[in-house]
Design a protein around this ligand. Structure first.
Ligand code: FUC
Length: 859
């Protein structure tokens, strides 16, 4: 190569490089504003702080300048120990008495008797403590910025004091199992701070060398729920058995700094630094739901040391790179964009305020969808070698209180399941597995619960569970209201998750070895639990409809009755799924027949005098017609018994029910309603509720009537904070974009007028299909289907399509031959999903495993 040519070449490369940098920068600024929740001031309270986590370790970042508050959690740190599986012996004798009263229609007496059939409350999820970064600053700060970028799961705080800019970056690495904090100053040696710790639990602090602090303690042996106020000591630390209260070991280590490090038990002091990198980790002695957490506990000191030592072998850059790669591997599977007004580059509190006033902000809506995915990635990771994966609880993994609202437990009459509604469809299937694993543990105690409380087989969970796999009806042996405590359908509902994981992944070995046996046993409990009423229908008795109160024709109020619609719908769903699973596995023909016969005898769905889907056995009124739970619509969502495509009359009744219930409610209630309206194919109504879910609220107390919405940090307000509403919101948006539960893949089933044009990539449908598509003017434009397992791909769309190349696209005819789309026997079905309706097109596309197909709109 001649010299001038080489020089020319060099400049060309240089220009290209600069161009690439510029493009990269514009892109990252653009993408950052789309993916960042940011503020101009530190968090004034917990609901303004920003959540980061790796599934196990969680941090709420407050971003305070001179006393930064990082509130920390470790997912296994709960109060208590393994459950007493027979806490109230002999209570099974009340069941026949309850039934006798119910069939005499003495509902008050039935409720009183039901209350005898209660065990103990769940234990509570615990905070680990606070890390305080006390920074010496000589003046007030300007140019303040605090943000969470969900593109790289990193929180950044930045401010300037006396011309020096201080930056703190925080992320929680899943590969390294540590929290990483980097503090920098723009001026050499200007960084000086003390890292101090505090814990709500009794702890001892120990210095491990010059730059490492260990904080050790024990979680409470017991913590009462926050709504129990009759015990003199609601939180108990003492335990003489070694079986209640787990130990924890929490470490803070200065990984590197150019400053000086000094330490005493007050904290680690760093001075004259330009940069400091801290590593934080924690471990508990939790050793499984059935092991004494102290006596039989794991060596938490060793675990913490191992995490730390592993991370110490890596530089900050390597830790960060590995964190981002790991996070993006999951996060980048789904892209979602709604066209429209450009994103206003505003702090989130201002942006939400503007939105509540009616501003158009489609990127806030797509950000909210992705934020739900972010939260799942950050709070629910599958088990790692030698570790357990714990499901996201009522607050995910973020909780600062020893007695958090509802113990921050697993509430299975809606909340725990809602957390996992989006998991499969938003392409995070493996993040569903902590819940699926946990179901196995709940079943272990649940088998004894059904025996001890009812003298029956199979397993179930009542409306509360915890890290110990609690399954008994709670209520502290008669002090809880049966309207919530004695609802016995948790096991049956959770089993839907076992089935759905299979329906989406097609993982036969998982179905055969793990899911099916648990589903079958849940069905066995239901068979035992069902009894015949005078008309020969199979009914549940006692039955409640969480957590509603009926008023009988005589004007009597009650909660315990017979055959609530929710009970019947959950059992219908479970039996249908077990039937289908046994067919696919080619086993248990006799059991299948029993279920088929029982399904036919189940007390039927009823349409009430107001044209609504009836909630109760009889057409009674509700004490609170706008009650937040809309349990009876289980049949519409997450069940599949009612659908406009198969049971239009019942879909109309469901709509009527929703109209009567209204659009109000707590955070999760609004989220559920988004899913309902999407299932009714009413995108505009779903969208109305999405806007209301995103309504900015500052409410912190527990108020059921007002304030359901969103906090400035985008976490959902029940109020108080509950994470279910976030996940339910993400699932609701998913259901607006794609549905695959009723015999076909329905594309854009509930697209609102406000979303005229957009694009989504990577959504999952049952049977292992992955879809990318965009739409213009509300109509599908181009669709790409990736088939993982092959099989017929039946799609329902609102405009005609053509396939590229020699791909055969046929108009659908007859039942969908794909076994994942087989419709369960349904006595209410009057039409078939493939029946063409006005303006709809239903196609069949034969697919081969691993192949990709592209369809485009015919114009
Ligand atoms: C159920 C709901 C409440 C709350 C609690 C955690 O009991 O009725 O609204 O979400 O769970």
């Amino acid at each position: 190569m001649s010299a001038p040519k080489a020089v020319h070449h060099y400049f060309q490369k240089r220009i290209l490089f600069v161009l690439a940098l510029l493009v990269g920068q514009t892109f990252s600024v653009f993408s950052q504003s789309r993916s960042t929740i940011w503020f101009k001031q530190p968090a004034r309270n917990w609901n303004e702080a920003l959540p980061v986590g790796n599934g196990r370790l969680g941090v709420m970042v407050f971003g305070k300048e001179s006393e930064e508050l990082l509130q920390l959690n470790e997912e296994t740190l709960w109060s208590g120990g393994p459950v007493n599986r027979n806490p109230n012996p002999g209570v099974a004798k009340y069941l026949p008495q309850v039934r006798e009263a119910l069939f005499r229609e003495d509902y008050a007496q039935a409720a009183k008797l039901t209350q005898n059939i209660q065990g103990l409350y769940s234990e509570a999820y615990q905070p680990l403590g606070d890390l305080l970064l006390k920074q010496m600053l000589s003046g007030t700060s300007t140019n303040y910025y605090r943000g969470l970028d969900i593109n790289n799961a990193t929180s950044t705080t930045r401010f300037t004091v006396n011309g020096v800019t201080f930056t703190r970056e925080i992320f929680v690495s899943a590969p390294a199992q540590v929290i990483v904090i980097r503090l920098t100053a723009s001026k050499k040696g200007a960084l000086a701070f003390t890292a101090a710790v505090r814990s709500p639990h009794p702890v001892t602090k120990q210095l491990l060398g010059r730059d490492e602090l260990a904080v050790r303690g024990k979680a409470p042996a017991h913590a009462d729920p926050n709504y129990v106020d009759y015990n003199p000591k609601p939180v108990i630390y003492s335990d003489s058995t070694g079986c209640r209260g787990m130990r924890f070991d929490w470490r803070i280590k200065v990984r590197s700094t150019d400053g000086t490090v000094a330490a005493d038990t007050a904290g680690l002091r760093i001075q004259n630094a330009t940069e400091a990198v801290l590593l934080i980790t924690a471990a508990t002695s939790f050793n499984g739901f059935d092991k004494c957490p102290d006596r039989e506990g794991r060596d938490e000191k060793q675990l913490a040391a191992n995490y730390l030592n592993g991370a110490l072998t890596k530089s900050f850059d390597v830790l960060r790179r590995e964190h981002i790669t790991d996070y993006q591997r999951l996060a980048s599977r789904v892209q979602f964009r709604i066209s429209g007004s450009p994103t206003p580059n505003l702090p989130m509190d201002e942006r939400l305020k503007r939105y509540a006033e009616g501003a158009v902000d489609p990127e806030l809506e797509s950000l909210y969808f992705q934020f739900g995915r972010y939260l799942l990635i950050s709070s629910s990771r599958p088990k790692r070698e030698g570790e357990l994966g714990v499901p996201a609880n009522l607050q995910g993994i973020w909780n600062p209180m020893v007695r958090p609202p509802w113990s921050s437990n697993y509430t299975t009459n809606i909340n725990a399941q809602m957390n996992y509604w989006p998991a499969e469809m938003v392409n995070l299937s493996e993040l569903h597995t902590p819940l699926l694993d946990w179901i196995g543990y709940m079943a272990a105690t649940g088998r004894e619960t059904t025996k001890n409380f009812y003298n029956m087989g199979g397993w179930t969970v009542h409306h509360n569970s915890d890290i110990w796999g609690l399954s008994n009806p709670v209520g502290d042996k008669g002090k809880g209201s049966p309207s919530w405590a004695n609802w016995a359908m948790g096991g049956a509902w959770l089993s839907q998750h076992l089935w759905d994981h299979y329906a989406f992944t097609g993982d036969r070995a998982y179905l055969q070895r793990y899911a099916y046996p648990l589903m079958k046993e849940a069905a066995q409990f239901c068979l035992d639990w069902l009894t015949e009423d005078k008309q020969g229908h199979l009914v549940t008795a006692p039955a409640t409809s969480p957590e509603n109160i009926f008023i009988t024709e005589k004007g009597e109020k009650g909660s315990v009755s017979v055959a609530t619609t929710m009970d019947m719908a959950i059992i219908w769903d479970l039996f249908s799924n077990v039937i289908q699973a046994s067919e696919q596995l080619g086993i248990d023909a006799d059991f299948r027949k029993t279920l088929l016969d029982s399904k036919k005898k189940l007390f039927p769905l009823q349409i009430g005098k107001k044209g609504n889907l009836q909630e109760w056995y009889k057409d009674w009124n509700d004490e609170d017609p706008q009650h937040r739970h809309v349990s009876h619509l289980y049949a519409l969502h997450p069940g599949r018994e009612i659908s406009p495509l198969t049971t239009p009359a019942f879909a109309d009744a469901a709509r009527k029910t929703l109209e009567i219930r209204g659009d109000g409610g707590t955070g999760w209630s609004k989220s559920w309603k988004i899913n309902f309206w999407a299932r009714l194919h009413d995108g505009n109504h779903a969208y109305k509720l999405l806007r209301e879910l995103l309504r900015l609220t500052g409410m912190e107390g527990t108020d059921y009537a007002k304030g359901g919405g969103t906090y400035p940090n985008l976490l959902c307000a029940h109020p108080p904070f509950q994470i279910d509403g976030n996940f339910g919101g993400t699932s609701g948006i998913g259901e607006m974009l794609l549905q695959s539960h009723d015999g076909l893949i329905h594309i854009l089933p509930a697209i609102p007028d406000a979303w005229k044009e957009g694009e989504v990539k990577g959504l999952k449908a049952r049977g292992g299909f992955e879809l990318d598509y965009n739409w213009k003017n509300g109509k599908l434009d181009k669709l790409t289907v990736r088939s993982k397992q092959g099989g017929n791909c039946r799609i329902r769309v609102y405009n005609s399509l053509k396939a590229a190349g020699n791909v055969a696209l046929k108009t659908a005819n007859g039942a969908n031959p794909n076994p994942f789309y087989k419709m369960p026997a349904n006595q209410y079905q009057t039409t078939s999903p493939e029946t063409p309706a006005n303006g709809t097109f239903v196609y069949d596309l034969t697919t081969a495993p691993g192949k990709e197909y592209t369809l485009t709109a015919v114009r």
